[in-house]
Design a protein around this ligand. Structure first.
Ligand code: DC
Length: 442
């Protein structure tokens, strides 16, 4: 899968693309660094950047490579020279912008970029990713931000990297330099900076990096074909169980418009042992859940629940061990069913939300999908040994709760507010259902 992110500098492009690649486990490719590295080479060779023929003649000697250091950080090399810091110096920017207007330079660099793109899932960041380099990218994003915000960001970025500039640099000057560069990048005749017709525009002026990344991940997850199909054994049991619930329990599912595939926590109210299977068959993808380890030793049942992606938690397991299992599942991009009320209700009523789930949400940076289940208490309450064979069950999905909304808060406050949001959502879904299930659930 290729995600193309374009836009002028100061929109948070690099930071967003890097974080996005990190969260998706994709390779990150900063194409601006490549133009900058070539600009660095031009400076090294003492060539006038406006002399197109001379600049182009250097191309065959431009040995560009990306290597990882011991900490796994990427370093940019021209030949054997590490240029990672040097290419960010102020004087390199206008030269990069200048040499990027030459068609031979672009052709040569684009060729290398495409070769990288064929190798792995990657996030590409630049000016012409969606329009020229990867016109078939799976997802195209164009970032913008107000000029003053962009200048401020670029100014702070420069100050952090080159504190010596403090006396010679001010924000107005940075804004002027950005505007000149934008003009150059937008008005050049080949591959000008512009939004591809199918790219999605995001204004980052008032958003944090995680909010932008979250938005892009959500857009990506709507592209369904990116997600693996159900395993055949899972699919067979899923279809049989869904048929059974539909036939004998008249299972109704609402709110699937809120559902997104991939990483996330399905947080449901808990009344009965029927809740995990009901929720599993209500979801349009494979989901994972936890089950008592002892169940895995029951001959047939053990195999069945293993096939259905359940993961054992032993009786004596500490919370920390259980949390680790859940976090690993989420890190692998799975959807995990959890019951934030803790144990099954004795009376079929909603119960208070415990602390564990909000902690997990924060720690794993996951979206919560609230789900309200009705009818499983009547079908199989915890006070009865065996379930009824028929009845009426409904599952309602509510609007997702995004972890980024709680990002600025301190840990305790965030956990408190996430608990409240989940509790409120379950109550609202119940009222929506009980007042006639009209329109889309809240
Ligand atoms: O993103 P950046 O500021 O590091 O990019 C430096 C210059 O390189 C920018 O002025 C325009 C040019 N560039 C380009 O023309 N095409 C790209 N795909 C990336 C950068």
């Amino acid at each position: 899968m290729i995600i193309a992110i374009d836009g002028p500098s100061g929109t948070g492009k690099s930071t967003v693309a890097k974080e996005l690649a990190h969260r998706l486990g994709f390779t990150f490719f900063d194409t601006g660094a490549m133009y900058r590295s070539f600009a660095w080479k031009i400076v090294q060779e003492n060539i006038d950047p406006t002399d197109q023929a001379k600049v182009v003649s250097i191309l065959p000697r431009f040995g560009y490579s990306i290597r990882k250091d011991q900490r796994g950080e990427r370093r940019y090399f021209v030949g054997d020279q590490d240029v990672t810091e040097a290419i960010r110096e102020v004087q390199i920017s206008p030269i990069a912008s200048q040499i990027a207007t030459y068609s031979e330079v672009r052709k040569a660099l684009v060729k290398i970029q495409r070769a990288f793109g064929h190798r792995s899932d990657a996030v590409f960041e630049g000016r012409d990713m969606g329009t020229v380099v990867f016109p078939d990218a799976d997802l195209k994003i164009f970032l913008t931000a107000r000029p003053a915000v962009r200048a401020k960001r670029r100014y702070h970025e420069l100050m952090a990297k080159f504190p010596d500039l403090a006396e010679s640099l001010n924000i107005d000057q940075v804004q002027k330099e950005l505007e000149e560069r934008d003009l150059n990048d937008m008005n050049r005749s080949i591959s000008p900076l512009r939004q591809a017709s199918d790219a999605i525009l995001i204004d980052t002026s008032d958003l944090s990096v995680s909010q932008v990344v979250g938005k892009i991940i959500r857009l990506g997850s709507q592209k369904e074909n990116h997600y693996p199909k159900m395993k055949w054994a899972y699919r067979i049991i899923y279809l049989l169980a869904r048929g059974y619930f539909r036939l004998f329990f008249r299972l109704k599912i609402y709110g699937l418009e809120h559902y997104r595939r991939g990483k996330g926590v399905l947080a449901a109210n808990h009344n009965s042992n029927l809740d995990p299977p009901v929720l599993s068959v209500s979801c349009p993808e494979e989901v994972h859940f936890l089950a008592k380890e002892s169940l895995f030793h029951v001959p047939l049942l053990g195999r069945l629940i293993r096939t259905l992606n359940s993961h054992p938690v032993s009786r004596g397991a500490s919370d920390a061990q259980t949390f680790r299992t859940i976090i690993q599942l989420l890190q692998h991009g799975h959807k995990v069913i959890l019951f934030p009320e803790g144990s099954r209700s004795f009376d079929g009523e909603l119960q208070p939300i415990e602390r564990g789930l909000p902690f997990l949400v924060q720690k794993s940076q996951s979206t919560v999908f609230p789900a309200y289940i009705e009818g499983t208490f009547q079908a199989w309450p915890r006070t009865q040994k065996m379930p009824k064979l028929w009845g009426k069950i409904t599952c309602v999905f509510g609007s997702p709760i995004e972890w980024e909304d709680f990002e600025g808060l301190d840990k305790r406050q965030a956990e408190e507010q996430i608990s409240q949001r989940i509790g409120r959502s379950l109550r609202e879904l119940r009222s929506w259902l009980q007042s006639g299930a009209k329109g889309s659930p809240p």
